[in-house]
Design a protein around this ligand. Structure first.
Ligand SMILES: [Zn+2]
Length: 219
């Protein structure tokens, strides 16, 4: 069981996390977790290019290490990169020391293999304790989402993933998708449908950039 749209109450409990961007403009923020993945990430990149769409990729350190050239391709295409941890740990089941070490390792690998720094972090499974978050928020903006495509759900099909997205997106929405082997059978078609539909609706697809630390602290 997972939420397709995050309940407002959860968003209110953790207002320091970024759930969506506050705007009236028709802008949406597509995000892809768990890559880089050979072939699949490249397919996603070429689809995005066709629609002149920018997105944000939350990469796993272990996958950057094995496929650094794909991480480079994402950056070269003008998309944003975020830290998604090194080994995809579940914060609720991991002690703070191990969790923070995994976060730092991913940051180090990204820097070493791409020369790129990021101030965006998305916890694996969306699961992070408040203590873990407080430490990471000293340097990074924690990015959650307000719309889950559900492309990881083996019981769903592409039309259902597309349906989840059109039902819940509003201006400024952050949509969570996955450029992973597991999600691809649904994502490949759903992403095309999403891009076609929202382009017709007059939406722009933009990459996320961190808000300055100062304005975050004073919000
Ligand atoms: Zn993930």
């Amino acid at each position: 069981m997972y939420f397709k749209k995050f309940p407002a109450i959860l968003r209110n409990i953790y207002p320091d996390y970024l759930w969506r961007v506050n705007t009236e403009e028709k802008v949406m923020y597509l995000t892809f977790d768990d890559g880089p993945t050979p072939v699949i990430t490249q397919e996603v990149l070429s689809l995005l290019k066709k629609f002149d769409a920018k997105a944000t990729f939350f990469l796993l350190g272990k996958n950057i290490q094995t496929h650094p050239h794909i991480a480079h391709a994402i950056i070269d295409a003008g998309h944003s990169i975020g830290n998604h941890g090194y080994g995809h740990l579940n914060g609720w089941k991991t002690n703070n020391f191990t969790y923070f070490k995994d976060f730092l390792l991913a940051q180090q690998v990204l820097q070493e293999y791409t020369g790129y720094q990021t101030e965006l972090y998305r916890p694996a499974y969306g699961r992070i304790t408040h203590k873990q978050a407080l430490k990471i928020m000293k340097t990074h903006q924690i990015v959650m989402m307000d719309v889950l495509g559900g492309d990881f759900d083996l019981k769903a099909n592409s039309e259902e993933v597309f349906g989840n997205v059109i039902k819940h997106v509003q201006p400024g929405s952050i949509v969570c998708l996955h450029d992973s082997e597991k999600a691809w059978p649904r994502l490949s078609k759903a992403l095309l449908l999403i891009l076609e539909h929202f382009e017709q609706e007059g939406y722009q697809f933009k990459a996320l950039h961190p808000t300055p630390l100062l304005s975050r602290a004073t919000r």
